[in-house]
Write a protein that binds this ligand. Sequence first.
Ligand SMILES: [Zn+2]
Length: 422
Amino acid sequence: MSLPSPTTLGLKKSFGFGDRLGLAGPGHLAALQRHGQGFAGIFAQQSIREMTRTRRSPEEVMLAAQNTLAGANYAPPWGADADHLKTTEDIDKTAAAGFTFFTLDPSPFVNNAADRLGLAELEAQIATLLQDGIFTAGWESEYLKSAHDVGPAAGAPLSFERAGLQRAAVKYGRAIHQVGLLAAHLAKTLKRPYEIEVSVDETDTPTRPLEHLFWALELRRRGVIERVVSLAPRFIGDFEKGVDYKGDLAEFEKQLRVHAAIAKECGPYKISVHSGSDKFSIYPIVGRVCGDRLHLKTAGTSYLEALRVVCRVDQTLFGQIAAYAATRFSEDKASYHISANETTVAAIAKTAPADYERVYLDEPVGRQLLHVTFGSTLTLGTTPSGRPFKDGIMEILQNNPGLHAEVLVKHLGRHLSLLNAG
Ligand SMILES: [Zn+2]
């Protein structure tokens, strides 16, 4: 059996199906086929952080998707997203495994303190950026010369004033430079079609429309934009793991319209929504505003659906996993944006088995607890008799492919239907 290869998808509307266990493929494919009209699937998608936490290699992630698609004789184009790459080594490892979509993440180079700097401090930082070759003399004049018309969504043409421009440059200058370096590495080393997403979603504050415009214009000035098919801003409101969007829907829509207008005018490229799982209340808005210029990523939510299968098939094992997760919570939650805390997690510790599914898989605290502890559960956790949890989970999924696909189709199908309902 020859294995299908991922391709570039360009500006085609796309949906990312992260699969941490490698067995969600059939359910993902069925969800797309039944509910994802107009979407291309990105069936291999894993960040370097997730691969580390699950001890999977880029090759394993790719092979799981390829086997699913080969088994289904799937012919349409599909993508493979090497997500949140921070270094040239990350690029090399995932490029070698055949990934086609490279999500470049310069977040370590974002200067979040820029928002609080005074004018004199900004001037000093700009001088350093010039010294370090991040910008060249006279860089400001292009920006200050004229306003940028991005269409009616913005209300009026967007224009920079000097302090705002300097703040954007100080906040994102080194990050933009880093994206340029990573993109140059790709251009130099990869002699086959590929595409780039730029992710700015993991910053302390939301990406303002003018900051997005600054990114777009800098990517163009640096010759990177031709390869960029999507950009992930950090949106206003809260995109917590495993639960619905929290925030002002009207304001979200208003800002999204400006982001989409900038992406159209300055690219064109797609707007990418990260931490895109379970954000049901915004999907109709996202679908309506972005139209076909949309990419949405999901990952952890499919792991939770796998645990739903475990919960229905083996309550004892599920109870052991939930209890173990509670012991890991304090440590594992560190890098995540969630509301669940030690107190709310402790409060669900005595859940009766009959209520496991509702409390742990349908309600926010349980979902976030299981979501953030996936790495420990899959690599360290064992039953009292010493059997790795992962072995038990995999066995149950392998023995219940119908149920596994059914819960995935229901849950991810709901995502896709709402996006298409906009
Ligand atoms: Zn992200």
